[in-house]
Design a protein around this ligand. Structure first.
Ligand code: PLP
Length: 245
């Protein structure tokens, strides 16, 4: 019998998360039906930032094995707590802006970093993984769709060179690209652009097939344009207490 978090968490929360997960799966199924895609092509990453480790563990127990966080301090603590709360398999995805002095910490718990956006971060992560006894770290290059440096991402003009750099790093595995649709922009236009960059990336690096695009508000558009990974916070966990990420 595996340890589960359900005994220590209010059953009501488990029901809430289970209902939200059911509704999300329905939404993804409908989006896939419209787009002529198979839902099995999509991985849901539950972005648990600002929510307690008990929620993350409940989601893992409900079969959501991919969890995401956007700040190292919160993520490192939560990853350790979740490992105590459940035996369910968990992969952590780091999706937030990352300072290179946090590379070592992130490399300890993350399976993938979606927000690689500059050469210094490629080399810092590569060095960090080299020092640890672990498998190569999946990295996705974050493409900026609005050239707003505050929101992270590499400028379109520098995207290909950064992909080549990550592909050449001995301890990293270039898995694909990530993008966040600009606020107040048409997500269809944004994700159509992502799809073009994904195609050129695959032409150069055929194994780099991951397309991390789509959040609670725009997942249908992301599915239409070939997303493989959806980063879902609000639609699963509810509204965050305060948001700046
Ligand atoms: C918080 C966050 C998400 C989830 O956003 P929701 O709109 O709540 O689904 C996705 N991606 C990144 C990078 C985030 O920081």
């Amino acid at each position: 019998m595996s340890r589960t978090s359900s005994s220590s968490s209010p059953p009501a929360r488990r029901v809430q998360l289970s209902d939200a997960l059911g509704a999300l799966k329905d939404r993804i199924s409908r989006a896939c039906a419209v787009a002529g895609r198979d839902p099995s092509e999509l991985t849901v990453i539950a972005v648990t930032k600002y929510f307690p480790a008990s929620d993350a563990a409940l989601l893992a127990d409900l079969g959501v094995s991919d969890l995401g966080e956007n700040r190292d301090q919160e993520a490192a603590a939560k990853a350790a707590q979740v490992a105590e709360l459940t035996d369910a398999p968990v992969r952590w995805h780091f999706v937030g802006q990352l300072q290179k002095n946090k590379a070592r910490s992130v490399a300890r718990y993350a399976s993938a970093v979606h927000s690689v956006d500059r050469p210094e971060l490629v080399s810092a992560l590569d060095r960090a993984v080299a020092r640890l006894d672990r498998s190569p770290l999946d990295v996705l290059i974050q493409l900026s769709l609005d050239d707003d440096p505050n929101r992270g991402g590499v400028a379109a003009a520098d995207f290909a060179a950064l992909c080549d750099e990550a592909a050449g790093a001995a301890h990293l595995n270039l898995a694909g690209l990530m993008a966040v649709a600009p606020m107040d922009a048409d997500p269809d236009r944004a994700f159509a652009r992502v799809a073009e960059f994904a195609a050129t990336l695959r032409a150069e690096h055929p194994a780099a097939t991951s397309v991390s695009a789509g959040m609670s508000g725009d997942l249908e558009a992301a599915v239409r344009h070939g997303a493989t990974h959806l980063r879902i916070g609000t639609a699963l966990l509810g509204r965050r207490p305060h948001t700046f990420g």
